[in-house]
Design a protein. Structure first.
Length: 274
């Protein structure tokens, strides 16, 4: 009876997972269909024939090669800046004691409840005052300067679990604050680094509002998420091209997650355990 219940549970979970990923599978299927088949096939997954012209039209005709490169530059640079800022802040919050620490912590947590839309105007004004409008560097700074309290908490919780003896031994060997953090503490935090990399990559890669606003005058600087606009005309919408573009945009996320999923699970599990 127990085995039967377990089997039924597995069947139910498989069915639920299929329903969950069906829109993604349908998008992949639509990216290989012709325009006529797209409208006639309904919810059918397997196309009659695999039509590769949609990907070529999206990659070359809609300039996805340029948008893809922009997304890579923005995402990689943003991840580096976010990792540096959140890891150092998390190290201080997790390992050091200082006056007003609870106040700082409370302010950081409170900032989680401020919607991103409320910060768009101040961010726009700041980037404009810095003279970085319509530049990749301006988009990178705007993306990296968001609310990353979750990452800080992950790092702080992880660093708090590390035995104090390791830090004391490093200090006795003559290492200062920066060297102890860079050579002793940060290498131990690889699971959290993997978790932060995955989450920040997903957010930066899929970011739409900030890049759209900050690159209004220079469409060539837009990332993939904004570049999908190129496939939508005033009177005609290239649905199969959009599906192909969506498939191109989502593949890097799937690949990065598959490569770093072990670190993601270990990092979140270690932080929750702490």
């Amino acid at each position: 009876m127990k085995a039967l219940r377990k089997s039924l549970f597995h069947v139910a979970m498989i069915a639920f997972c299929f329903v969950w990923i069906y829109p993604f599978l349908w998008m992949l299927s639509a990216s290989f269909k012709t325009d006529g088949e797209f409208f006639d096939s309904g919810l059918k997954l397997l196309p009659d024939s695999f039509h590769m012209g949609n990907f070529k039209r999206a990659w070359e005709g809609a300039h996805f090669d340029t948008y893809f490169l922009n997304s890579v530059v923005i995402s990689v640079a943003t991840i580096v800046l976010v990792l540096f800022a959140t890891a150092t802040c998390g190290y201080v919050m997790g390992r050091k004691s200082f006056r007003g620490k609870l106040v700082v912590f409370a302010l950081l947590v409170a900032s989680m409840f401020v919607p991103m839309e409320f910060a768009i105007i101040p961010i726009f004004d700041l980037i404009k005052q810095l003279g970085l409008m319509n530049s990749l560097f301006g988009v990178i700074l705007a993306e990296a300067g968001g609310n990353h309290i979750i990452f800080i908490l992950l790092f702080a919780t992880f660093f708090r679990q590390i035995p104090m003896e390791l830090e004391e031994a490093s200090v006795m060997d003559g290492s200062g604050f920066v060297r102890t953090f860079a050579q002793v503490m940060l290498p131990l935090a690889k699971p959290v680094v993997g978790s932060v990399t995955i989450m920040q990559f997903i957010w930066s890669w899929n970011s739409f509002m900030l890049p759209l606003i900050l690159t209004l005058s220079k469409p060539d600087l837009r990332p993939l998420a904004v570049g999908l606009y190129a496939l939508q005309g005033e009177n005609v919408v290239d649905w199969t091209g959009i599906a192909a573009g969506g498939a191109i945009a989502i593949m890097p996320i799937v690949i990065i997650f598959l490569l770093l999923q072990r670190y993601f699970v270990d990092g979140v599990a270690g932080a929750v355990k702490g």
